[in-house]
Design a binder for this molecule. Structure first.
Ligand code: C2O
Ligand code: CU
Ligand code: CU
Length: 568
């Protein structure tokens, strides 16, 4: 069935790959109050089929939010879906409560109203849902939109910045569809390519310097963008805004979640046709989007059936038309001042290793995958840091597929990839970095604002299938160094090692438990094997306990928390 559909789609694509439809430019909203309604709708991707979709203030995708640095902004997100959702502001530096992670659930019929102060630099960011286990489905069905931040540094430069005229949002997505032409979530997203939701798009671009804000918005696919005829372009910004200088490139690789602002000088090219292309054949093996999504002996057979993987194809046609009245015709060399933290200033270093969850799946690109041998658990805080801590994070990919690692709250500077400084297009402020199989990437970041003892931020793989499968962790930013543990919720209780061998340690955040707080451990048939007044930390000898499943039942403030663990 799968193969039949694939062939059917190829036929459709081939018959229409000529740049037939004007690129949809999502409506822009600006000001300080943004009313966003998440809703369901339908869209025609296949002639004669109406496909159910989700969108924001419309049937598919959402408006572009244009926000000035320094503004206090009201984001009113109303959920008119029949299911819960969340809304995350990818790349924005906002308090954990406003971040829209899996905990900030928006129930059907309700409105979530975070108020944020825009602290980011001018740049291209985006928003999308982030519900536990639901991100891929909801993003794939169409909930995503661009955020453009403006600031005085950017405003002082001679750059194209008229939205939809010489400054264009370019949200590139590939999606999977099932045989009923419904948007499917799958380990691949290989059926249709679209830009801003437009199939087979063309853009009338004026014959002057134009700015494309590229967002790699697929669930899984990475792109190797370039232009027909190897037309050079200038990279001016990546994830976190302007680079220090503009750089001439002919290719830029973007993985899910990453952004790049590129300038194309079309001066004097009126009447010409230029294609934005994906050079998928140039993506190294191991990246989803290349011919071989996983490296190593075994390759999942149906990756090889995918017509987009490993091939070069047009993403969008640019028809160069007459210039506008006051065109930008030159590109500044110097852009912004970047001040990366020197590696020597790091207070803490941490390591994050990516591994297959099940050893046998190590030869596959499918997962599930873990970070530090742990799957996402809303009840667990994986990393506790504190305000003003400067940290080096070392990412080690022990799997056969490349993972785009993303961290919320902060941006980072890549220090090195296997000991070598990053390529030019990965310098600057990043919030996603693609870690190739076998690679080690180090970055430096600083947790400068927004202490919150109870609300975590996320870090995760931005392949949405991997994220939903648990390749995600949580961190909490404490107000100071001496505040040891986050407080409240079942996130408070840590049991380790699990499985326990000779002993089990149980810690709670609760530094001073009340006398009525209690820890009791039951075996699998419900017999009490241990009971004691709760302390901040217990170590229980398990060496004489038969192996099996046990339950630690902790009573805190009359709240009962039950956590299972295993004795080996
Ligand atoms: Cu684009 Cu955790 O998100
Ligand atoms: Cu994010
Ligand atoms: Cu991944």
């Amino acid at each position: 069935m799968k193969q039949i559909l694939t062939w059917l789609i190829i036929a459709i694509c081939v018959s229409t790959a000529n740049g037939q439809s004007p690129l949809i430019i999502p409506p822009a909203l600006s000001g300080t109050t943004f009313n966003l309604t998440v809703q369901s709708g339908t869209h025609t991707f296949f002639p004669g089929y109406s496909t159910p979709t989700y969108g924001v203030n419309g049937a598919f995708l959402g408006p572009t939010l244009i926000i000035n640095q320094g503004d206090s902004v009201h984001l009113n997100v109303t959920n008119s879906l029949p299911v819960t959702t969340t809304m995350h502001w990818h790349g924005l530096h906002v308090p954990a409560m406003a971040d829209g992670g899996p905990e900030q659930i928006i129930s059907p019929g309700t409105t979530w109203q975070p108020v944020i102060k825009m602290m980011n630099n001018a740049g291209t960011y985006w928003y999308h849902p982030h519900g536990e286990g639901k991100t891929d489905l909801q993003v794939s069905k169409g909930i995503a939109g661009m955020i453009i931040v403006k600031d005085p540094v950017e405003a002082a430069l001679t750059l194209p910045r008229t939205y939809g005229v010489d400054d264009f949002p370019v949200i590139v997505q590939t999606k999977a569809f099932d045989v009923l032409r419904q948007i499917a979530i799958a380990t691949e997203d290989d059926t249709l390519l679209m830009v801003n939701g437009t199939l087979d798009p063309y853009l009338d671009a004026p014959a002057q310097v134009v700015r494309l804000r590229l967002l790699a918005g697929s669930s899984m696919r990475s792109y190797m963008f370039g232009f027909s005829g190897n037309l050079p372009f200038k990279l001016i910004a990546n994830d976190g805004g302007l680079l220090d200088t503009s750089t001439t490139l002919t290719r830029i690789r973007l993985s899910p979640g990453e952004r790049a602002e590129v300038l194309l000088d079309l001066t004097g090219k009126t009447g010409q046709t230029i294609y934005l292309r994906n050079f998928g054949s140039e993506l190294p093996a191991g990246i989803y989007g290349s011919a071989v999504a996983g490296t190593g002996a075994a390759v999942i057979p149906f990756y090889n059936l995918n017509h987009l993987n490993g091939s070069d194809f047009d993403v969008m046609k640019l028809n160069v038309v007459a210039p506008t009245a006051s065109p930008v015709t030159s590109i500044p060399a110097a852009l912004a001042t970047l001040a990366p933290w020197p590696a020597s200033t790091a207070d803490t270093t941490r390591t994050f290793s990516f591994d297959p969850k099940i050893a046998d799946s190590s030869t596959y690109a499918m997962g599930p995958f873990t970070i530090n041998d742990t799957s996402f658990n809303m009840g667990n805080v994986n990393v506790v840091t504190h305000i003003n801590n400067t940290e080096i994070w070392t990412l080690i990919n022990n799997t056969m597929i490349a993972h785009p690692f993303h961290v919320h709250d902060v941006f980072f500077y890549i220090l090195d990839i296997n000991g070598v400084p990053p390529p030019v297009y990965e310098r600057g402020k990043k919030d996603v970095v693609l870690v190739m199989p076998g690679d080690t990437v180090r970055f430096i970041t600083k947790f400068e604002d927004f202490a919150d003892e109870t609300t975590p931020y996320m870090y995760h793989c931005h392949l949405l299938h991997h994220e939903d499968d648990g390749m995600m962790g949580q961190f909490i930013v404490m107000p100071d160094k001496t505040a040891v543990k986050p407080v409240n919720k079942d996130a408070d209780i840590q049991l380790y090692p699990n499985p326990a061998k000779s002993s089990l340690t149980i810690t709670t955040n609760n530094q001073t438990p009340s006398p009525t707080d209690n820890l009791t451990i039951y075996n699998a048939i419900g017999a009490k094997v241990y009971s004691a007044p709760l302390q901040h930390s217990h170590t229980v000898s398990t060496s004489n306990w038969p192996s099996g499943i046990y339950h630690a039942v902790i009573t805190v403030n009359n709240k009962v928390i039950n956590k299972a663990f295993v004795v080996e």
